[in-house]
Design a protein around this ligand. Structure first.
Ligand code: PGA
Length: 261
């Protein structure tokens, strides 16, 4: 795992967007794993800007999102399909037929999990997976005690997630209590992982995921077992890390990061 701390949120966001953009430039038909949530809105705005100003070309890219609420149709403004259309897909030249999310209205939950796994596998796997982290440490909707080997499936959400996300629903009680999510095992199969964490509210859980034990209680900690995971934080989210001097030293000296400093 590599940990990169940027002085402010804008620079953390720009670095995450650049890593995605560079993957698209290097491999135009790449497969991107995408995330939703408040943190990612700025990343998608930056990718939209790069498409408009630098002609960043998404025409051959395929995307697979982490999760979708069970019971919400694609047309529901609170669905993650709707979020992706609004924040990214309508702002870039991606073929919408190349964009995939679990189907929140699928009648057979087991079959839907298997269908989604097959889609990813048949596409040749995910080149870069973008992740946020929930206040309870989740990646995707892999809530505490999710198996670290789990695959795409239906998952009950925790009260912490309900608290974090119900504010986006009107009324808040309209938020579904279950979701389809890629499993931790699905996420870990991605060739590269980029996690973005911003804001002081995430400082405690960021420290647990990065420097704490690998545990199903904090599924984000599974990234410690991934061969190519980068965690990008702003100063506020990095506030409770203990080894910041070391992380900064690596970023300042590793040749891999020369173009990104
Ligand atoms: P957030 O969500 O960006 O809205 O904080 C992140 C997550 O729950 O994974």
């Amino acid at each position: 795992m590599e940990v990169i701390i940027r002085p402010d949120t804008a620079r953390a966001v720009r670095l995450a967007a650049r890593l995605i953009a560079d993957t698209v430039k290097m491999k135009p038909a790449c497969k991107l794993g995408l995330a939703t949530g408040h943190t990612m809105e700025a990343v998608y705005a930056e990718l939209g800007r790069m498409h408009c100003e630098q002609k960043l070309d998404f025409s051959l890219v395929r995307t697979f999102n982490l999760d979708e609420y069970i019971g919400l149709a694609a047309t529901d403004p609170n669905s993650y399909r709707y979020y992706m259309d609004q924040h990214l897909f309508k702002c870039i030249n991606i073929d919408v037929r190349n964009t995939f999310l679990p189907d929140g209205m699928a009648a057979d939950e087991i079959a839907e999990g298997q269908r989604y796994e097959s889609l990813i596998r048949d596409a040749g796997g995910i080149d870069l997976q973008l992740l946020g982290i929930g206040s309870d440490g989740h990646i995707g909707f892999n809530e505490p005690i999710s198996s670290l080997a789990s695959r795409t499936r239906a998952k009950a959400l925790t009260p912490a997630t309900y608290l974090q996300n119900s504010k986006y629903f009107t009324p808040p009680e309209a938020m579904p209590k279950r979701a389809f999510t890629m499993g931790v095992g699905t996420i870990m199969d991605a060739k590269r992982i980029v996690m973005l964490i911003t804001g002081s509210a995430k400082a405690g859980i960021a420290a647990k995921a990065i420097e704490g034990p690998v545990t199903a209680m904090v599924t984000g900690s599974a990234l410690q077992l991934h061969p190519a995971a980068v965690v990008i934080l702003d100063q506020a989210a990095a506030g409770m890390l203990t080894q910041t001097d070391y992380y900064n030293w690596v970023f300042a000296n590793e040749p891999e990061w020369a173009d990104y400093r």
